[in-house]
Design a binder for this molecule. Structure first.
Ligand code: BYC
Length: 472
């Protein structure tokens, strides 16, 4: 396995596709369907304009990205797996210590297919959710970042389709077709996971999505990158490098929104940020509450036999499994989780194996908190007395232990009447959403930015902030 990507073929790859004519033909027949989907359900605008995009050239650490002006439909979507390691062994579960699998064991076929399909389904879903955003991009630089995220999600779809077609025969080919048939928000054929049927109607939601929901991707891909099924592990390993950029787009985008709000508060000596065209901090907190809670649901139920089985059989590990210091089988390991007992939320100790999803959610929450801390530093640096916080994990949940109760952002259980009365304080109201939407105007002058967001400090790939990132 070489690190370099072969761009000499119709489908760029580092999996020696040329040596497998059957697979090559299957992928080549899916290719025009993908392009058709991209044209119809991908970005609605600027498909024929050149965009300053990066493309993977090699999967090693040093030189994987090459920047160039490309029209999106000409982007070289391809199949890249992280480098293989000889003598790699399974790092967890009942097969721990055995050599990793280069094929799918019959007994795990259905479970692996399901995991790959669920992962694959999120990728085109997010492109569909974001398809109208270019019409209100706050700058060319931001528009380019959106398109970069979109083409990379398209590549992640290719990564999962490759696995389905290479390892799951006819079933896999059918699943690959369905990935282009289900549609975000479609009542009859919705995407599989809840958050991927929500709307991303404006840029604040886009930044929140790339911060909170792409971060679920980081942890899920991190857990799948540990898989005993090596082609899945290596696909996810490489996808993680792209995912990092998506979260950066979210974190830096939100930092700039916070910066703008704080600049207004400081310079105009007011809390009335809206009067000056910014997004006020309490509104940002309500958006955080919404996007964080919806993304928490993506980890599944706390107690999950699915997750325990995935773990025991070596299909899906914990985040950075190999770095953890325990028996990697969780036979007698305890783990503390929250549950509802007699109407209260209490801590209790359970078997770690039964709550693998919750452990991943814990890792996720800690990572989200680090981002929130960084935004709070911006507020402190401006001398403003306000701080963001993540809501309690029981807040606004629709999956798992807390799905049937209502809780405040501080974790107090309340009844339905109080929830209905008070939830507009905690979640974006129609008025908030209307206000945020009213700010969204397209800015296409190179180096200019919409007034609700501060410019970034640096451009992309050492280009100036005022570079023409999209040739309009
Ligand atoms: N919505 O034992 P349970 C990304 C279902 S994001 C709807 O709780 P399990 C990206 C579940 O399917 C990363 N249904 O859950 C980000 C099951 O159904 P059945 C995506 C849900 O199976 C931004 C039932 O409830 N990757 O990459 O342990 C942009 C009980 O299941 C939901 C993955 O998720 C939900 N939220 O875990 C682009 C990795 N949650 O069996 C991309 C692959 C649960 O009763 N997926 N259910 O019919 C998995 O590992 C697991 O499927 C889940 C659920 C973690 C999602």
């Amino acid at each position: 396995m070489t690190a370099a990507a072969n761009y000499g073929e119709l489908i760029p790859n580092n999996v020696d596709l040329a040596s497998d004519r059957r697979l090559q033909r299957a992928l080549e027949s899916w290719h025009p369907k993908f392009l058709n989907w991209w044209r119809l359900r991908g970005p609605e605008y600027f498909q024929d304009n050149e965009v300053y995009l990066r493309t993977a050239t090699s999967v090693d650490r040093k030189g994987w990205a090459q920047f160039d002006r490309v029209k999106m439909p000409d982007y070289r979507w391809g199949i890249f797996l992280a480098e293989a390691h000889a003598h790699k062994t399974i790092s967890f579960g009942e097969h721990r210590g055995d050599p990793v699998w280069h094929d799918v064991p019959g007994e795990y076929r259905a479970a692996l297919r399901r995991l790959i399909v669920t992962q694959g389904d999120t990728e085109p879903a997010s492109v569909e959710q974001q398809r109208l955003l270019a019409a209100s991009a706050p700058s060319l630089l931001d528009m380019r970042n959106l398109f970069q995220v979109n083409v990379e999600e398209g590549r992640h779809l290719w990564a999962m389709v490759y696995l389905l077609m290479a390892y799951f025969g006819r079933d896999g080919r059918e699943e690959a077709e369905q990935l282009l048939v289900r549609q975000s928000g479609n009542i009859d054929k919705p995407r599989i996971l809840g958050a991927f049927n929500e709307k991303t109607p404006e840029w604040l939601s886009f930044f929140m999505f790339t911060f909170f929901t792409d971060r679920d991707g980081k942890f899920q891909l991190g857990a799948l990158a540990e898989s005993a099924f090596d082609p899945l592990a290596r696909s996810c390993q490489f996808m993680l490098t792209e995912e990092a950029h998506h979260m950066y787009v979210g974190e830096s985008g939100l930092s700039r929104v916070v910066q703008r709000a704080c600049d207004i508060m400081r310079d105009k000596k007011t809390d009335d940020v809206r009067r000056f065209g910014g997004i006020d901090l309490p509104t940002l907190q309500r958006y955080i509450n919404f996007h964080f809670s919806v993304s928490e649901d993506l980890f599944g139920a706390e107690r999950s036999t699915n997750a325990a089985n995935y773990f025991t059989s070596g299909l899906k590990g914990r985040y950075q499994e190999s770095r953890l210091k325990d028996d990697h089988q969780l036979q007698d390991e305890p783990y503390t989780v929250l549950r509802i007992e007699n109407g209260d939320i209490v801590e209790c100790e359970v078997s770690a194996l039964s709550v693998v999803n919750e452990r991943l959610r814990d890792d996720y929450i800690a990572d989200c908190q680090r981002g929130v801390d960084r935004w709070n530093k911006i507020i402190i640096a401006c001398g403003i007395d306000f701080s963001f916080s993540l809501p309690h994990r029981a807040f606004n949940r629709h999956i798992g232990e807390f799905a049937d109760i209502n809780a405040t952002p501080t974790g107090k259980i309340i009844d339905q009447i109080e929830w209905e009365k008070r939830s507009p304080e905690w979640l974006p109201s129609d008025r908030d959403r209307e206000y945020v939407r009213s700010l969204m105007v397209q800015v296409t002058e190179p180096g200019a930015f919409a007034p609700w967001i501060a410019p970034p400090r640096i451009g992309i790939n050492d280009q100036p902030v005022g570079f023409r990132y999209v040739c309009i």
